[in-house]
Write a protein that binds this ligand. Sequence first.
Ligand SMILES: Cc1cc2nc3c(=O)[nH]c(=O)nc-3n(C[C@H](O)[C@H](O)[C@H](O)COP(=O)(O)OP(=O)(O)OC[C@H]3O[C@@H](n4cnc5c(N)ncnc54)[C@H](O)[C@@H]3O)c2cc1C
Length: 401
Amino acid sequence: MADVLIVGGGPAGMMAGLLFARAGIPTKVVEKHADFFRDFRGDTVHPSTMEILDQLGLLDRFLGRQHNRIDKARIRIEERDWTIGDLSHLDTPAPFIAMMPQWDFLDFLRSEAAKYPTFELAMEEGVAGFIRGGERITGIRYASGREEVAGKLVVACDGRASLVRTLGLLPVETLGAPMDVLWFRLPKNDDGRDALRGSVQPGRMVVLIDRDDYWQVAFLIAKGSEAEVRARGLDWLRSEVRDAFPDADLGGALQSDDDVKLLSVAVDRLKSWSRPGLLAIGDAAHAMSPIGGIGINLAIQDAVAAANLLAGPIRAGKAVDPLLDRVRKRRLFPTRLIQAGQVAAQDNIIGRVLGGGAVRAPWPVKLLDRIPLLRRIPGRIVGLGVRREEVLSPNAFPSII
Ligand SMILES: Cc1cc2nc3c(=O)[nH]c(=O)nc-3n(C[C@H](O)[C@H](O)[C@H](O)COP(=O)(O)OP(=O)(O)OC[C@H]3O[C@@H](n4cnc5c(N)ncnc54)[C@H](O)[C@@H]3O)c2cc1C
């Protein structure tokens, strides 16, 4: 029997699985998909996450996988590029953002976690609900109807549509988002000098993410406008992309409506992240907007904090329920701060742009572009976040690195 049952094998679930297993606690991660190969998860691995990988002795192997590096943040407004962030001076083992498709990152975590005899991963196993003993959550119920009891704890890492929300187990506070994202691919024929490109014009925001042999396109639309945008047709979408990036190669791209997926953006958080026997972390506890590419890294830090606070006591056989709220208390401050920044950017820039408003570089953008030293501040916030986590949970297998 697993002592810790983790629902969801995204960044939060895989890192939590690795850390609890590393602490010598029998741990099982249950993921509903058959593989990690979904392209809607975002690609950014920040210095804060690589610091954690370094503490675990995994950084060199991680960087041995194919990735691109970004150490400057640029935004294109009014037909020119503005440099608004610089990570290259950060005092950290990897002072850049590693752009790696998330399925590679998750596969990396899986392969490292699998080295621990206490780690188990069940793929293609959807969880449909929880089992209870009175008020306490004592295990999970699979979609097949089978039930599995957790020795100590169930951790919900099942993202923004988490069962803890849909089953009404933990109440949610919605902060809102004015946009959704249309997600599609373009051919890529150049040498990929820019791992990330963005274009902001009245009524339109488009981001290109380098995925080595193709561009992943994030085309922002006003929330709820998918049907209206799709009705304009694929030719319209093609011409919008061509306007945004005149050098883009559209040959063979966007052949059918199915090539375009809708990603719904949400910013919210749970009022309480736990109840007896159950803890929620990552997007399950706080859905993040793509702004700043921070969600993955926040989810990883939640996992580190949860293991720091709970793995030792679980191993020592202590009661875990009275400790669960400490995870929320530890992680609420960075979550609140980053969500506030995302909401401000949404309201002041994205909402206005998508509404067709004039697009002028705001003064902070101009100031950052002009004074290189100042760019280190946003570089630090985006790269290292606030309240960095350090791996303090026990390592029961020091010979395994
Ligand atoms: C359009 C968009 C782009 C983004 N881009 C970025 C980016 O570039 N960088 C960044 O840092 N953040 C980005 N984010 C935010 C980021 O995706 C999330 O913050 C992050 O993925 C959260 O990780 P998680 O592990 O908590 O949840 P998720 O990544 O959502 O993982 C949840 C996992 O649980 C599984 N699951 C769900 N339900 C069940 C169930 N019932 N049973 C079993 N398994 C289940 C899912 O299949 C999934 O694997 C983006 C968000 C959006 C909307």
